[in-house]
Design a protein around this ligand. Structure first.
Ligand code: ZN
Length: 69
């Protein structure tokens, strides 16, 4: 995970589910998670993580997604 210089020092879970950009639910949860992270609402971040994790998207690509278009 690449960290930005403006990343808040919050005790976030090490493993976060990856939201699929083509999934509307995941996309909405990803946006909510980002907003919650900005607001330093760790509880809401975990909530959105659970939403994304509840989507059984098949990870058939071994490479990191989103690294390159
Ligand atoms: Zn999804």
């Amino acid at each position: 995970m690449t960290s930005k210089t403006t990343a808040p020092a919050l005790p976030m879970p090490a493993l976060e589910p990856v939201a699929r950009p083509d999934c509307r639910v995941c996309h909405a949860a990803h946006r909510g998670r980002t907003a919650a992270r900005v607001q330093q609402a760790a509880g809401r971040v975990r909530h959105y993580n659970e939403i994304i994790a509840a989507h059984p998207h098949t990870i058939d690509q071994g490479d990191d997604e989103g690294a390159k278009e």
